[in-house]
Design a protein around this ligand. Structure first.
Ligand code: PLP
Length: 385
């Protein structure tokens, strides 16, 4: 029996391992020394860790000295948010890895977004103005306010104006944590130029392995250690480093940095969206009016259930994901689409298609046609049921 051809279009969930990362991973497995040991074997492992630190730092435009490796972006985000802040403010469309720890602080407020999913800067300023930090005349003080803003949204690809958020926050002495997980390696992202205080990235979103992330902390924005019991990672994150994971993270970062200037995926997205609109005239491109990632489309098909479309597409060889969150067998509306004011009927049919450098325009065109056929079948079943 011949294996059906598969087209993977779920890069925002995770990207396939890049060949450079695979090679670095296997090579580093053989470099068995403990990076904290002073002997030659330890120094060899340490060299891999430090080379990777420099590569990941380069990808996000920062100095390697402020970069700490963690087990994931989720851990890095929790590390910053768990510090003793007076207030934590987060954009309503942030990932659960931000919203869940922020809600636990007991001093959490949410910033509205507009219908395209872009932060309402006026609302942010209103929230900040309530804070006594304003008294500091823009001076950042430990235990003050933390504002969390993602560089790009995982469901819609909507890019936030991080530079503008930083300039509003600076006037009120608020620290800025930027979740750059979906932006890093996909669009230029320069944490130092934006002026954020903390930036978080994850290897597996741009071709590194799963289970390895990084937190960059700007000079003067130190936070307490989250995992104690070892002096690793400048004492901020105890535990012997995952050397193969880190080496592969570095190799993926190097490859992504080189690719950023060389590969323009925007025309592919424009073609795909125009194809979608021609085969499915009533489909809604979520966040269409906003700046979005060049490799993400959230397309909502009114009157269809996203989970039905995802399963039907999977059976036809296309791996995509739904915009709806499914837990304990119950499908609930995505908090991102809710925050954007997307109606229930449209949100229920939201499918996310996200791709990578090797995806061909013809694969996307075929996926659009398959989505239209699945939607037609699903609507027919609804009509006769
Ligand atoms: N932030 C965003 C925007 C994400 O998309 C994800 C993963 O889906 C995370 C954070 C968490 O990343 P990790 O899988 O490294 O914990």
């Amino acid at each position: 029996m011949t294996q059906a051809r598969r087209t993977y279009l779920d890069f925002n969930a995770t990207a396939p391992l890049r060949p450079e990362a695979r090679a670095a991973l296997f090579a580093a497995v053989e470099t068995f020394g403990n990076p904290s040991s002073v002997h030659a074997e330890g120094r060899a492992a340490r060299a891999l860790v430090e080379a990777a630190r420099a590569s990941v730092a380069r990808l996000i435009g920062v100095r390697a000295a402020g970069l700490t490796f963690t087990s994931s972006a989720t851990e890095a985000l929790n590390t910053v948010i768990a510090a003793p802040w007076g207030r934590v403010i987060a954009v309503a469309t942030e990932h659960a890895a931000v919203l869940a720890p922020a809600s636990r602080t007991g001093a959490f407020e949410s910033v509205r977004v507009d219908g395209c999913g872009v932060i309402d800067l006026g609302h942010l300023e209103l929230l900040l103005a309530k804070s006594s930090d304003a008294v500091g005349g823009g001076r950042k003080v430990a235990g003050g306010t933390l504002v969390c803003v993602q560089a790009a949204n995982n469901e819609t690809g909507v890019v936030q104006p991080v530079d503008k958020v930083v300039s509003v926050c600076s006037a009120y002495g608020a620290f800025v944590l930027c979740d750059a997980v979906q932006a890093a390696g996909k669009i230029p992202f320069d944490a130092a130029e934006f002026g954020v205080d903390y930036a978080v990235v994850s290897a597996h979103k741009f071709g590194g392995p799963k289970g390895i992330g990084a937190l960059w902390t700007a000079p003067g924005a130190g936070i307490p250690a989250f995992i104690v019991g070892g002096g690793q990672e400048q004492g901020l994150r105890g535990g012997t480093q995952n050397v193969p994971g880190i080496a592969a993270f570095g190799a993926a970062a190097e490859a992504a940095t080189a690719e950023l200037g060389a590969l323009d995926m925007a025309p592919l997205k424009a073609d795909f969206e125009s194809k979608l609109k021609s085969v499915l005239p009533d489909c809604v491109i979520v966040g269409e009016g906003a700046e979005r990632l060049p490799q993400t489309v959230c397309a909502a098909v009114p009157g269809c259930a996203a989970e039905t479309l995802v399963i039907a597409l999977d059976l036809q060889g296309y791996a995509v994901s739904s915009g709806a969150a499914c837990s304990s067998g119950k499908v609930s509306k995505s908090h991102v689409l809710t925050a954007m004011g997307v109606g229930d009927t449209v949100a229920a049919g939201a499918v996310r298609i996200s791709w990578g450098r090797a995806t061909a325009a013809s694969d996307l065109a075929k996926c659009a046609a398959a989505l239209a056929a699945c939607a037609e079948r699903s609507r027919h079943i609804e009509r006769v049921a």
